[in-house]
Write a protein that binds this ligand. Structure first.
Ligand SMILES: C[S@@+](CC[C@H](N)C(=O)[O-])C[C@H]1O[C@@H](n2cnc3c(N)ncnc32)[C@H](O)[C@@H]1O
Length: 213
């Protein structure tokens, strides 16, 4: 299925991890309604393949990743399986989903951290090399909260529809998810922190001004 979707082959360890993860998700989902997608085929196509596509496209040399609003673990757990060199933090504020994530981390033997509260409650100094965001409510405001957690020269990666935008301080590119009609991965690298801009800079005037006048 992975090769058919144009993705790179998985390592044996990752493939075994995905198989255990799928089994665990089916079992918990039957009782706790962790994801609105119920059919096995759609779970594989949407949650698994999209997350693997995201994981395989992450830049090299990344040390830490925050999955903002991880839900049942997408894309954070697939990232931890495909890119074991990245230290993943799964942030999920709903108790039952955070419990599932802790169980998944245990069963899959991952070194990922589960942060079972809102990202806004994390220590203010915590920053990450990459912050991922997928299918979180109120996407616009979630993107700006997520952006605050991206470290210097770090990356913000948003799986969304093509109408979503990254904040101005991110130099972004967009890759279409080949098997989805509207799905894209927006990837942007932080150029500067908003608080580093001079306080007296009036952006609207600077950006609109014609340099010849
Ligand atoms: C619709 S689910 C999607 C989960 C997953 N990212 C996916 O793509 O399947 C969104 C999740 O984000 C969580 N969430 C929303 N805002 C959050 C925040 N500020 N901090 C932590 N979790 C948050 C919600 O509890 C919910 O489980």
């Amino acid at each position: 299925m992975v090769a058919g979707a144009g993705l790179l082959p998985l390592s044996r360890a990752a493939a075994e991890g995905f198989s255990k993860y799928f089994e665990l998700l089916q079992r918990w989902n039957a009782k706790l309604n962790l994801t609105a997608i119920r059919s096995n085929e759609e779970i594989l196509r949407r949650h698994f393949l999209e997350s693997i596509f995201c994981a395989q496209g992450l830049p090299e040399g990344v040390g830490t990743l925050l999955d903002f609003g991880s839900g049942a673990g997408f894309p954070g757990i697939p990232v931890a399986l495909c890119r074991p060199e990245i230290q993943v933090t799964l942030a999920e504020s709903q108790g039952k989903k955070a419990s599932f994530l802790r169980e998944a981390v245990r069963v899959l033997g991952l070194s990922a951290e589960v942060f079972g509260r809102r990202v806004e409650e994390m220590a203010p100094e915590r920053r990450f090399g990459v912050v991922t965001l997928r299918a979180v409510d109120k996407m616009e405001s979630a993107i700006s909260t997520a952006a605050e957690r991206v470290g210097d020269a770090g990356w913000l990666v948003v799986l969304a529809s093509s109408s979503s935008r990254l904040p101005d301080e991110f130099d972004g590119s967009e890759v279409r998810i080949p098997w989805l009609e509207h799905g894209v991965v927006l990837t942007g690298r932080r150029m500067f922190h908003v608080e580093q801009l001079p306080a007296d800079l009036d952006h609207s005037v600077e950006l609109d001004r014609d340099p010849s006048k």
